[in-house]
Design a protein around this ligand. Structure first.
Ligand SMILES: Nc1ncnc2c1ncn2[C@@H]1O[C@H](COP(=O)(O)OP(=O)(O)OP(=O)(O)O)[C@@H](O)[C@H]1O
Ligand SMILES: [Mg+2]
Length: 214
């Protein structure tokens, strides 16, 4: 048990002075899992970005702590893994080079070669490690994002549209990752697929009534 806790208080995020969501409050302790659900445009991706610290809230707070001690935003990079359709890979570099380069950007150092090998094998990309990512199928890119998200063994894993572009075997890989993460740390899944929401024990449902409806 690593004792990490996410505490969200009265969160609101506006775009163009209109709230996408507001009044979001919850606490999530490790081990634990949360589904963020709602229709297209309800604000799932926006909320998950705010929870990851990728964008700020308009008002309200997102706080992570371990055993009561706050985790600063800089330190959070070492705790957080993120998989999403809008995460970009470098097309002109190989799969392995992407993992090394993205790791340097994330944490200032490269993972051990055995760690890279283990994660690339986990997502079945080891035999394609020298190929440019620009030549990858969309499902292969999605698998590589999982390898990257897991390289530093994150205590908090956030997945936006977790199974997009994946085949049955890829979905099984993700389900195993999910099962392990929610026993070990915090798992947050943004989805409009009920079967994926059912992976999680808690839920925030965004009704889209924050005022974003046009
Ligand atoms: N950068 C932005 N600038 C302006 N509006 C934005 C921006 N990002 C998101 N929005 C708006 O915020 C609302 C929520 O978008 P968001 O992508 O969070 O929805 P979602 O629930 O993830 O939808 P989907 O199921 O289609 O992925 C939408 O009305 C969208 O137009
Ligand atoms: Mg989205």
């Amino acid at each position: 048990m690593n004792g990490i806790r996410l505490q969200v208080t009265d969160l609101r995020r506006d775009f163009n002075r209109r709230p996408v969501f507001q009044g979001i409050s919850f606490a999530l302790d490790a081990p634990g899992s949360l589904a963020v659900t709602g229709l297209n445009g309800a604000g799932k991706s926006t909320l998950i970005k705010v929870l990851a610290g990728a964008i700020g809230p308009t008002t309200g707070t997102v706080a992570y702590q371990r055993a009561g001690v706050p985790i600063e935003i800089d330190a959070l990079r070492h705790e957080l893994g993120f998989v999403s359709p809008y995460l970009n890979l470098y097309d002109e570099f190989s799969a392995e080079e992407n993992l090394r380069l993205l790791s340097r950007i994330r944490s200032g150092n490269e993972p051990a070669s055995v760690t890279i090998e283990r994660r690339m094998k986990q997502v079945n990309l080891w035999n394609r490690r020298h190929d440019d990512v620009g030549t990858f199928s969309s499902g292969m890119k999605q698998r590589l994002k999982y390898a990257f998200a897991l390289l530093h063994e994150p205590t908090v894993l956030m997945l936006d549209e977790p199974t997009s572009n994946l085949d049955a075997e890829g979905i099984a890989v993700v389900e195993a990752i999910v099962a392990e993460q929610k026993e070990r740390g915090i798992l947050i899944v943004a989805t409009n697929d009920e079967s994926e929401a059912a992976w999680c024990t808690a839920r925030v449902h965004l009704s889209g009534s924050g005022g974003n409806k046009r």
